[in-house]
Design a protein around this ligand. Sequence first.
Ligand code: THU
Length: 129
Amino acid sequence: MEELISAALIARGSAYAPYSRFAVGAAVRGGSGRIYGGSNIENASYGLTMCAERVAIFKAVSEGEKEIAALAVAADTPSPASPCGACRQVMAEFGINEVVMCNTKGERRTVTLAELLPYAFDKADLPGE
Ligand code: THU
């Protein structure tokens, strides 16, 4: 887990956040064992901004990872950084169970996705799934 947290903190250094000036880093470990980092990427058209968590997840999935067990997220927040609702739903899609929330002070909080997103919308509820 230390490796994943370090990767999230390193990825935070690549944040493109000229509008909010709020840098976020995330990292996931794919089933292959490989770690993928991601940072938030903002846009002058603000709504196009992408969170660090989804950048990390999409990098892993687009490289062929089928399973992602854990995600770490880090930001300079008073308490460990908590993922937004959209990212929680994307985590549910790929079965990410363990989420380590961190801040730059070294505080950590490890939670399950069920704690972060109870009663999640589940693809199993779609017709034909
Ligand atoms: N942000 C993330 O990267 N992850 C989150 O879970 C919450 C918010 C980013 C989006 C935006 O670039 C900045 O933080 C301020 O909302």
